[in-house]
Design a binder for this molecule. Structure first.
Ligand code: GMH
Ligand code: CA
Length: 160
């Protein structure tokens, strides 16, 4: 009995070291595909990935496209995430619509899940609800936010 317990331990040690080797290979492969998948219009911040299709659409188009892909519209929740979306706007030279609106209550900007926003980066003087028609939020190449009509076409950036 003692001998068979010992050989089971040594078998498990071999199995663990084989798994360690496989995990290392998987990590290297994952790191490589992460680079592939985010070239050139994607950015990762922590566990979040922002990526553009390169296409433009109005807010409803964009929302649908991101949902269909299993993600949602880019919703930067801190300065690092905002900088990542800014880099994509700069790369494509196009402003981006965010997953933030005040459609429900004028002046109360919320994420698409209904939560009140925890971070904002408004351009001075914004949000101004110009002409009373601005319920969506665009992010400029300088990273600043402007409220804008949801029917305008902007670069599609999703987050996953
Ligand atoms: C008005 C002015 C501009 C401002 C735009 C913008 C539209 O035209 O207040 O200075 O840039 O509104 O807020 O979304
Ligand atoms: Ca505005």
């Amino acid at each position: 009995k003692g001998d068979s317990a010992l050989s089971e331990v040594s078998l498990m040690k071999k199995q663990i070291s084989a798994l360690e080797g496989q995990l290392k290979a998987l990590q290297a492969s994952f790191a490589k595909y992460q680079k592939v998948a985010t070239f050139p219009g994607g950015r990762t911040v922590g566990n979040k990935v922002f990526i553009t299709s390169g296409y433009e659409g109005n807010f409803d188009d964009m929302k649908q496209r991101c949902l269909q892909a299993g993600g949602q519209l880019a919703s930067p929740r801190n300065a690092a995430e905002n900088a990542a979306v800014q880099q994509i706007a700069l790369l494509y030279q196009k402003p981006v619509f965010l997953g933030i609106t005040d459609i429900q209550t004028e002046g109360k900007f919320k994420y698409l899940n209904g939560d009140t926003i925890v971070y904002s980066n408004w351009h001075p003087g914004e949000p101004n609800n110009d002409k009373g028609t601005e319920d969506c939020v665009e992010l400029y190449g300088n990273g600043k936010w402007n409220d804008k009509s949801c029917g305008e076409k902007r670069l599609i950036v999703c987050e996953f």
